[in-house]
Design a protein around this ligand. Structure first.
Ligand code: MG
Length: 262
Protein backbone atom coordinates (compact mmCIF):
# COMPACT_ATOMS: atom_id res chain seq x y z
CA UNK A 1 0.00 0.00 0.00
CA UNK A 2 1.41 3.39 -1.01
CA UNK A 3 0.87 5.95 1.77
CA UNK A 4 0.03 9.45 0.53
CA UNK A 5 1.20 12.47 2.51
CA UNK A 6 -0.82 15.63 3.11
CA UNK A 7 0.67 18.94 1.96
CA UNK A 8 1.55 19.67 5.61
CA UNK A 9 3.33 16.31 5.87
CA UNK A 10 5.25 17.00 2.67
CA UNK A 11 6.41 20.26 4.28
CA UNK A 12 7.67 18.29 7.28
CA UNK A 13 9.62 16.05 4.92
CA UNK A 14 10.98 19.12 3.13
CA UNK A 15 12.27 20.41 6.47
CA UNK A 16 14.16 17.14 6.95
CA UNK A 17 15.33 17.48 3.35
CA UNK A 18 16.72 20.97 3.97
CA UNK A 19 18.97 19.55 6.70
CA UNK A 20 19.91 16.73 4.35
CA UNK A 21 20.97 19.23 1.70
CA UNK A 22 23.16 21.12 4.18
CA UNK A 23 24.77 17.85 5.22
CA UNK A 24 25.52 16.95 1.61
CA UNK A 25 27.01 20.38 0.98
CA UNK A 26 29.21 19.87 4.04
CA UNK A 27 30.42 16.57 2.59
CA UNK A 28 31.22 18.22 -0.72
CA UNK A 29 33.45 20.68 1.10
CA UNK A 30 35.29 17.91 2.92
CA UNK A 31 35.84 15.42 0.09
CA UNK A 32 39.57 15.52 -0.70
CA UNK A 33 42.61 13.25 -0.77
CA UNK A 34 43.43 11.77 2.65
CA UNK A 35 40.06 12.30 4.34
CA UNK A 36 38.66 9.11 5.85
CA UNK A 37 35.07 8.05 5.43
CA UNK A 38 34.77 8.02 9.24
CA UNK A 39 35.70 11.72 9.29
CA UNK A 40 32.94 12.44 6.78
CA UNK A 41 30.53 10.43 8.91
CA UNK A 42 31.39 12.30 12.10
CA UNK A 43 30.99 15.70 10.46
CA UNK A 44 27.59 14.77 9.05
CA UNK A 45 26.33 13.32 12.30
CA UNK A 46 27.36 16.45 14.18
CA UNK A 47 25.58 18.72 11.70
CA UNK A 48 22.40 16.64 11.66
CA UNK A 49 22.18 16.51 15.45
CA UNK A 50 22.93 20.26 15.73
CA UNK A 51 19.69 20.82 13.82
CA UNK A 52 17.61 18.78 16.24
CA UNK A 53 17.42 15.89 13.78
CA UNK A 54 18.83 12.36 13.79
CA UNK A 55 20.81 10.34 11.25
CA UNK A 56 18.33 7.81 9.85
CA UNK A 57 20.87 5.10 9.08
CA UNK A 58 22.56 4.92 12.48
CA UNK A 59 21.38 1.78 14.24
CA UNK A 60 19.26 0.70 11.27
CA UNK A 61 19.50 -3.11 11.41
CA UNK A 62 22.72 -2.57 13.36
CA UNK A 63 24.40 -0.21 10.85
CA UNK A 64 27.08 1.75 12.71
CA UNK A 65 27.39 4.82 10.48
CA UNK A 66 25.39 8.00 10.07
CA UNK A 67 26.21 7.92 6.36
CA UNK A 68 26.95 5.21 3.85
CA UNK A 69 30.31 5.89 2.19
CA UNK A 70 31.02 3.68 -0.81
CA UNK A 71 34.21 4.23 -2.82
CA UNK A 72 34.93 3.16 -6.42
CA UNK A 73 33.55 -0.32 -7.17
CA UNK A 74 31.41 -0.26 -4.03
CA UNK A 75 27.86 0.58 -5.12
CA UNK A 76 26.15 1.26 -1.78
CA UNK A 77 26.03 0.55 1.97
CA UNK A 78 29.68 1.20 2.78
CA UNK A 79 30.30 1.37 6.53
CA UNK A 80 32.34 4.50 7.35
CA UNK A 81 35.81 3.61 8.56
CA UNK A 82 39.51 4.07 8.05
CA UNK A 83 39.38 4.18 4.27
CA UNK A 84 41.15 7.39 3.19
CA UNK A 85 40.11 8.98 -0.09
CA UNK A 86 42.65 8.98 -2.91
CA UNK A 87 42.94 11.35 -5.83
CA UNK A 88 40.96 9.89 -8.72
CA UNK A 89 38.50 8.00 -6.50
CA UNK A 90 34.78 8.34 -6.74
CA UNK A 91 32.99 8.26 -3.40
CA UNK A 92 29.25 7.67 -3.07
CA UNK A 93 27.75 9.27 0.03
CA UNK A 94 24.21 8.39 1.10
CA UNK A 95 22.61 10.35 3.94
CA UNK A 96 19.30 9.86 5.76
CA UNK A 97 17.82 12.49 8.07
CA UNK A 98 14.91 12.09 10.51
CA UNK A 99 13.24 15.28 11.72
CA UNK A 100 10.12 15.16 13.88
CA UNK A 101 9.53 11.59 12.73
CA UNK A 102 9.81 12.27 8.99
CA UNK A 103 12.65 10.90 6.87
CA UNK A 104 14.60 12.40 3.97
CA UNK A 105 17.03 10.25 1.98
CA UNK A 106 19.49 11.17 -0.75
CA UNK A 107 22.87 10.33 -2.23
CA UNK A 108 25.61 11.87 -4.34
CA UNK A 109 28.73 10.36 -5.89
CA UNK A 110 31.62 12.81 -5.67
CA UNK A 111 34.85 12.82 -7.68
CA UNK A 112 37.99 13.12 -5.55
CA UNK A 113 40.03 15.59 -7.56
CA UNK A 114 40.38 14.89 -11.27
CA UNK A 115 38.94 11.50 -12.24
CA UNK A 116 39.23 9.27 -15.30
CA UNK A 117 37.05 9.88 -18.35
CA UNK A 118 35.15 6.68 -17.51
CA UNK A 119 34.45 7.94 -14.00
CA UNK A 120 33.41 11.37 -15.25
CA UNK A 121 30.97 9.87 -17.70
CA UNK A 122 29.59 7.50 -15.06
CA UNK A 123 28.85 10.39 -12.70
CA UNK A 124 27.34 12.59 -15.38
CA UNK A 125 25.10 9.87 -16.79
CA UNK A 126 23.92 8.59 -13.41
CA UNK A 127 23.10 12.09 -12.20
CA UNK A 128 21.31 12.85 -15.45
CA UNK A 129 19.31 9.61 -15.19
CA UNK A 130 18.02 10.78 -11.82
CA UNK A 131 17.03 14.16 -13.24
CA UNK A 132 15.29 12.35 -16.12
CA UNK A 133 13.38 10.28 -13.53
CA UNK A 134 12.34 13.39 -11.60
CA UNK A 135 10.58 14.69 -14.70
CA UNK A 136 8.37 11.59 -14.65
CA UNK A 137 7.24 12.02 -11.02
CA UNK A 138 3.92 13.67 -11.85
CA UNK A 139 0.28 12.79 -11.27
CA UNK A 140 -1.09 10.65 -14.08
CA UNK A 141 2.21 8.99 -14.88
CA UNK A 142 2.96 5.48 -13.73
CA UNK A 143 5.87 4.20 -11.69
CA UNK A 144 7.20 2.38 -14.74
CA UNK A 145 7.71 5.76 -16.41
CA UNK A 146 10.10 6.72 -13.60
CA UNK A 147 11.98 3.43 -13.77
CA UNK A 148 12.17 3.50 -17.55
CA UNK A 149 13.59 7.03 -17.61
CA UNK A 150 16.60 5.87 -15.60
CA UNK A 151 17.13 2.76 -17.69
CA UNK A 152 16.82 4.59 -20.99
CA UNK A 153 19.46 7.16 -20.08
CA UNK A 154 21.89 4.71 -18.50
CA UNK A 155 21.72 1.97 -21.11
CA UNK A 156 21.61 4.53 -23.91
CA UNK A 157 25.03 5.66 -22.73
CA UNK A 158 26.37 2.09 -22.61
CA UNK A 159 26.36 1.75 -18.80
CA UNK A 160 24.54 -0.79 -16.62
CA UNK A 161 21.63 -0.39 -14.20
CA UNK A 162 22.09 -2.39 -11.02
CA UNK A 163 18.96 -4.54 -10.94
CA UNK A 164 19.03 -6.17 -7.54
CA UNK A 165 18.78 -2.89 -5.58
CA UNK A 166 15.84 -0.51 -5.80
CA UNK A 167 14.48 2.83 -4.63
CA UNK A 168 11.48 3.07 -2.36
CA UNK A 169 8.58 5.05 -1.03
CA UNK A 170 9.49 7.14 2.02
CA UNK A 171 7.72 8.97 4.82
CA UNK A 172 7.58 8.14 8.51
CA UNK A 173 9.48 5.01 7.55
CA UNK A 174 12.65 5.15 5.50
CA UNK A 175 11.43 2.25 3.36
CA UNK A 176 7.77 2.28 2.40
CA UNK A 177 5.93 0.92 -0.63
CA UNK A 178 6.44 0.96 -3.53
CA UNK A 179 9.75 -0.55 -4.53
CA UNK A 180 11.21 1.53 -7.37
CA UNK A 181 13.45 -0.41 -9.77
CA UNK A 182 15.80 1.53 -12.01
CA UNK A 183 14.52 -0.35 -15.04
CA UNK A 184 11.02 -1.02 -16.32
CA UNK A 185 8.30 -0.51 -18.87
CA UNK A 186 6.75 2.91 -19.48
CA UNK A 187 3.01 3.08 -18.76
CA UNK A 188 3.14 0.17 -16.29
CA UNK A 189 2.91 -0.09 -12.52
CA UNK A 190 1.08 2.01 -9.93
CA UNK A 191 -0.46 5.32 -10.96
CA UNK A 192 1.34 8.29 -9.42
CA UNK A 193 -0.88 10.52 -7.32
CA UNK A 194 -0.33 13.76 -5.39
CA UNK A 195 1.07 13.07 -1.94
CA UNK A 196 3.20 10.11 -2.92
CA UNK A 197 6.81 10.59 -1.88
CA UNK A 198 9.47 8.55 -3.66
CA UNK A 199 13.17 7.97 -2.97
CA UNK A 200 14.47 7.44 -6.49
CA UNK A 201 18.05 6.23 -6.56
CA UNK A 202 19.81 5.13 -9.73
CA UNK A 203 22.69 2.76 -8.98
CA UNK A 204 24.87 2.34 -12.05
CA UNK A 205 27.94 0.30 -12.90
CA UNK A 206 30.44 1.27 -15.56
CA UNK A 207 30.73 -2.45 -16.39
CA UNK A 208 28.15 -5.24 -16.06
CA UNK A 209 25.07 -4.92 -13.85
CA UNK A 210 25.75 -7.77 -11.41
CA UNK A 211 26.75 -7.06 -7.82
CA UNK A 212 28.18 -9.01 -4.88
CA UNK A 213 28.08 -8.51 -1.14
CA UNK A 214 31.25 -7.76 0.80
CA UNK A 215 32.58 -9.70 3.77
CA UNK A 216 31.09 -7.25 6.29
CA UNK A 217 27.56 -8.21 5.23
CA UNK A 218 26.74 -4.62 4.23
CA UNK A 219 28.87 -3.33 1.37
CA UNK A 220 27.63 -4.10 -2.13
CA UNK A 221 30.23 -4.09 -4.93
CA UNK A 222 30.03 -4.38 -8.68
CA UNK A 223 30.79 -8.03 -9.33
CA UNK A 224 33.26 -7.21 -12.11
CA UNK A 225 35.07 -4.58 -10.06
CA UNK A 226 33.99 -1.74 -12.34
CA UNK A 227 33.30 1.73 -10.96
CA UNK A 228 29.82 2.39 -9.56
CA UNK A 229 27.77 5.53 -8.95
CA UNK A 230 24.67 6.32 -6.88
CA UNK A 231 22.55 9.47 -6.95
CA UNK A 232 19.30 9.83 -5.00
CA UNK A 233 16.57 12.35 -4.29
CA UNK A 234 13.50 12.23 -2.11
CA UNK A 235 10.77 13.50 -4.46
CA UNK A 236 7.17 14.46 -3.69
CA UNK A 237 4.55 14.01 -6.39
CA UNK A 238 2.43 17.18 -6.20
CA UNK A 239 -0.47 18.67 -8.18
CA UNK A 240 2.12 21.04 -9.66
CA UNK A 241 4.56 18.29 -10.64
CA UNK A 242 7.68 16.86 -9.04
CA UNK A 243 9.11 18.58 -5.96
CA UNK A 244 12.62 17.55 -4.94
CA UNK A 245 12.72 17.55 -1.13
CA UNK A 246 16.50 16.95 -0.90
CA UNK A 247 17.67 19.55 -3.45
CA UNK A 248 21.41 19.04 -3.18
CA UNK A 249 21.69 19.61 -6.94
CA UNK A 250 21.04 23.32 -6.35
CA UNK A 251 24.32 23.54 -4.40
CA UNK A 252 26.56 20.77 -5.71
CA UNK A 253 28.25 20.64 -9.10
CA UNK A 254 29.50 17.03 -8.97
CA UNK A 255 28.63 15.28 -12.20
CA UNK A 256 27.03 18.28 -13.86
CA UNK A 257 24.09 17.39 -16.12
CA UNK A 258 24.73 16.42 -19.72
CA UNK A 259 21.82 18.60 -20.77
CA UNK A 260 20.24 21.62 -19.09
CA UNK A 261 17.28 20.82 -16.89
CA UNK A 262 14.38 23.25 -17.01
MG1 MG B 1 17.16 5.30 -0.37
Amino acid sequence: MILRKSPAEVEMMAAAGAIHTRAMKLVEGKVREGVTTLELDAAVEKLIRSQGAEPAFKGYRGFTGSICASPNSMVVHGIPGRYALSRGDVISVDIGVVLDGWVADGAVTFPVGPVSPVARKLLEVTRQSLLDAVEQCRPGNRLGDVSHAVQKRVEGEGLSVVRSLVGHGIGRDMHEDPQIPNYGQPGRGPLLEPGMVLAVEPMVNAGRHMVRMGDDGWAIYSQDGSLAAHFEFTIAVTEDGPRILTPWHELIDAGAPLTPVA
